[in-house]
Design a protein around this ligand. Structure first.
Ligand code: NAD
Ligand code: MG
Length: 392
């Protein structure tokens, strides 16, 4: 039985995590749920799963929820702000944190959860992109488990079960290619927000959907894989595989290539993480090699001349230090600006490149701590926002 604190429970991964719990109520308890501001969804989740504690970042919304819950006789404690996420992450009765918050905000609660001996089931890739160098050693030191939820990393992790890490030669991380696969730079100038939000194979939150359209999602995942599996980014290849059936592959030193297959659904990687080292029962429709829509698997190279953020992510991964933090922060600012119509599609890439270039000299040789990472994140956002204001 796992006792869960789910951070970001009202989002795409959060809801699918609760679907896994709903399907096997004897295998899990829900101790805490948190969100940014969607208290209507959170209220429904509290009624159904009866956590001890919940938290809403937005203070006014937290107060409104608190009133509603006490009027209905619920004893759920209501917290708020950044602190509320940490309280939920470190709750005594919890043994596993599900990191389903979007963005850099996920890092601090994960850090405190590890410090308090909790296992981490992690969807929030930005946590490892910015903080992998401090989180992964801490995971080892505290003897807790890091259970990847991102589908590619779940695939790699499953393929690595029983293998020696020293025998792993390369990782081939698959990518659907997103909605703009095959386009030229000129075509990217004219894409609309609606086009970017229309992902061909996955149904996800807004930020990661835009990251998939710029291919930055794959860039972030390369750095995530580097931290999770202790492999240099230059030994990680991106393989565009539009059907999203093979969730990633690994090549061992004898040339064997291992892969994990499934329909594109996050339910399965969530189950794999939460049941580890056991297996749960099948919830989603299984892969059928005789289904005509799934039997034709194809592979392409990623065009990094068009999707330049992938190449930038490789470079950030090679340089390490605070460079991935700055890249991630600029991307978060740019994606938010794009989602609210402030900048054009290629403005995302421009913001990220220019912010990294501008900040590079000031961050080199800085020691990595939670504080220096937080400061680099804040500074990069401020610079990116200036650029964005100049563009809009
Ligand atoms: P989403 O936008 O659907 O949901 C985000 C959740 O986080 C919401 O519940 C929101 O209220 C909450 N949130 C946002 N900021 C918060 C904060 N400061 N404190 C507390 N809660 C906060 O996002 P998503 O698609 O579920 O993605 C979540 C994470 O999982 C991202 O890092 C994403 O890259 C990763 N991921 C998602 C998928 C997917 O299929 N959706 C797949 C792989 C990885
Ligand atoms: Mg992924």
């Amino acid at each position: 039985m796992r006792r869960l604190s789910i951070l970001g429970s009202t989002g795409s991964i959060g809801k699918q995590t609760l679907e896994v719990v709903r399907n096997a109520p004897d295998d899990f308890t829900v101790e805490a749920l948190t969100c940014d501001s969607d208290i209507d969804t959170l209220y429904g989740q509290i009624k159904e799963f009866k956590p001890k504690l919940c938290s809403v970042v937005n203070e006014a919304k937290a107060a409104e929820l608190s009133k509603r819950l006490s009027a209905e006789g619920f004893s759920t404690e209501v917290c708020t702000g950044k602190e509320g996420n940490i309280t939920a992450a470190t709750l005594d009765s919890t043994d596993t944190l599900v990191g389903a918050i979007v963005g850099f905000a996920g890092l601090e609660p994960v850090y405190h959860a590890v410090m308090n001996g909790k296992d981490i089931a992690l969807a929030n890739k930005e946590t490892l992109v910015a903080g992998g160098d401090i989180i992964m050693p801490l995971i080892k030191e505290k003897g807790v488990a890091m259970l990847p939820i991102d589908s590619e990393h779940s695939a790699i992790w499953q393929c690595l079960k029983g293998e020696k890490r020293a025998d792993l030669e390369r990782i081939m991380i698959t990518a659907s290619g997103g909605p703009f696969r095959g386009m030229t730079r000129a075509q990217l100038e004219n894409v609309t927000l609606g086009d970017a939000l229309h992902h061909p194979t996955w149904n996800m939150g807004g930020k990661i959907t835009i990251d998939s359209s710029t291919m930055m999602n794959k860039g972030l995942e390369i750095i995530e894989a580097h931290h999770l599996f202790g492999i240099s980014v230059d030994n990680i290849d991106v393989v565009v595989h539009p059907q999203s059936v093979i969730h990633s592959m690994i090549k061992m030193k004898d040339g064997s290539v291992l892969a994990q297959l499934g329909r594109p659904s996050m339910i399965l990687p969530i189950e794999v993480a939460l049941y580890y080292p056991e297996r749960g029962t099948a919830i989603v429709e299984e892969f059928d090699p005789f289904d005509a829509a799934l039997s034709n698997l194809t592979f392409e190279r990623c065009d990094t001349e068009v999707f330049r953020l992938v190449e930038l992510a490789y470079e950030a991964g090679r340089r390490g230090g605070l460079v991935p933090t700055v890249m991630n922060a600029a991307n978060e600012s740019a994606v938010r600006a794009y989602l609210t119509g402030k900048i054009a599609f290629l403005g995302i890439e421009r913001t990220v490149f220019e912010t990294v270039e501008k900040m590079m000299p000031s961050i080199e040789n800085t020691a990595l701590t939670l504080e220096t990472i937080g400061q680099a994140d804040t500074d990069a956002r401020a610079y990116a926002d200036e650029l964005i204001n100049g563009m809009s």
